[in-house]
Design a protein around this ligand. Structure first.
Ligand SMILES: C[S@@+](CC[C@H](N)C(=O)[O-])C[C@H]1O[C@@H](n2cnc3c(N)ncnc32)[C@H](O)[C@@H]1O
Length: 354
């Protein structure tokens, strides 16, 4: 979601191009706090949000929030129980990964009441023209407003709605297993997750240099589908517990399947938020440096501060990052010592001692 997408959607609502239903639930996905969310009736609006920091912010603002479910059945059941009817309005700002965005669009459309309206806002640079044709294919017609370098697209669910196409898009985004780790069972993964159908070269570099002596309680911050935790379990027999933390609820779901070892717990949480100090013997991470479509090196720096806070004195951080990311000053500030262990193929592997 970007501010321009929010602003474009607000214009469409203000102009009455998209009408708020007077009764019944309103379903919203991908829209941040502020306008136009604030114009919606909080008591009958349900927000779908996979990213924990955002879900937390919205819940603190008094909204009812849940992660995007795997199927529309659960969502329909919840809405029927809570409100007696399905939503006659759904507002959606798609994420950047195409399969996931289309799967979510289809899941929302399946949840929409007959003759209800689904409206989405997307930046021109985020594939607005393509979404217009997708909406047209799914609903058999689409209204368009071009505003703030975005398109707002809306359609009613009528006789033209293509249930088969919706099912196809949902299947395209569904979690599946892929043989990503040699000589290991296939791993659970889903489109849209970081390196969802491959091993990231930076993470592989870190895994290859995990010391077999790594022992005790280890944190895997931003664990994704669980690659680094799986490698720790395979390479470091002295590890007694792994605290894997991940903000994306869909990554959490597959990581839990991939890491059935009783030593591992996978938590849906913001790794940068306050946690118990001095609890870990080691932290491993390939920290995120993107949020949505924006590059955010500050996020990686917040991960470094969180690792330092959670490590015991003498505890070790192993961090892999693109060579260009400016993390050294933060390591210098938060750790007793640090060194660049390896510089290879555009990545650097950094080790720091608390
Ligand atoms: C570069 S990926 C690394 C994934 C995995 N560790 C690997 O090596 O393949 C960074 C991960 O951090 C997650 N992430 C982003 N922001 C987060 C936050 N605030 N708290 C926890 N995890 C976050 C992302 O969803 C993503 O899965």
């Amino acid at each position: 979601m970007t501010e321009t997408e929010q602003a474009a959607l607000a214009v469409a609502l203000d102009r009455g191009l998209i009408a708020l239903p007077e009764t019944g639930p309103i379903l919203v996905q991908g829209l941040g706090a502020g306008a136009p969310l604030d114009a919606l009736p909080q008591a009958r609006t349900l927000l779908l949000e996979d990213f924990e920091p955002q879900a937390d912010r919205l819940a603190q603002g008094g909204w009812t929030v849940q992660p995007v479910p795997a199927t529309s059945d659960d969502l329909r059941a919840r809405l029927q129980t809570d409100h007696g009817i399905l939503p006659r309005l759904i507002l959606y700002v798609p994420g950047k990964q195409r399969e996931r965005a289309l799967g979510d669009l289809a899941l929302l459309a399946e949840t929409l009441a007959e003759s209800g309206i689904l409206a989405l806002a997307v930046a021109n640079t985020g594939g607005a023209a393509r979404f217009q044709s997708d909406m047209n294919d799914l609903f058999g017609g689409v209204g368009v407003l071009s505003k703030h370098k975005c398109r707002v697209l809306w359609a009613a669910k009528g006789a033209e709605f293509k249930t088969g196409l919706a099912a196809e898009w949902i299947a395209g985004a569904t979690a599946r297993t892929l043989p990503l780790l040699p000589q290991k069972p296939p791993i659970a993964t889903a489109p849209g997750l970081f390196a969802w159908d491959r091993i990231d070269a930076g993470s592989a570099l870190l895994a290859a240099h995990l010391p077999a002596s790594l022992a005790g309680v280890v944190a895997d911050l931003g664990c994704g589908w669980g690659y680094l935790s799986a490698e720790i379990l395979a390479r470091c027999p002295g590890v007694t517990r792994i605290d894997a933390v991940e903000a994306d609820s869909r990554a959490v779901a597959v990581a839990r399947q991939n890491l059935p070892d009783p030593r591992v717990s996978v938590r849906w949480a913001d790794a940068t938020q306050p946690h118990e100090a001095a609890q870990w013997d080691a932290v491993v991470m390939n920290p995120p440096f993107h949020q949505g479509r924006a590059a955010v090196p500050d996020l990686g720096k917040a991960f470094i501060r969180a690792a330092a806070h959670g490590l015991k004195p003498g505890g070790k951080l192993l961090l892999v990052a693109n060579r260009s990311l400016p993390y050294e000053a933060d390591l210098e500030a938060a750790f007793k010592s640090w060194r660049n262990l390896i510089d290879q193929d555009g990545f650097k592997l950094l080790e720091a001692v608390r």
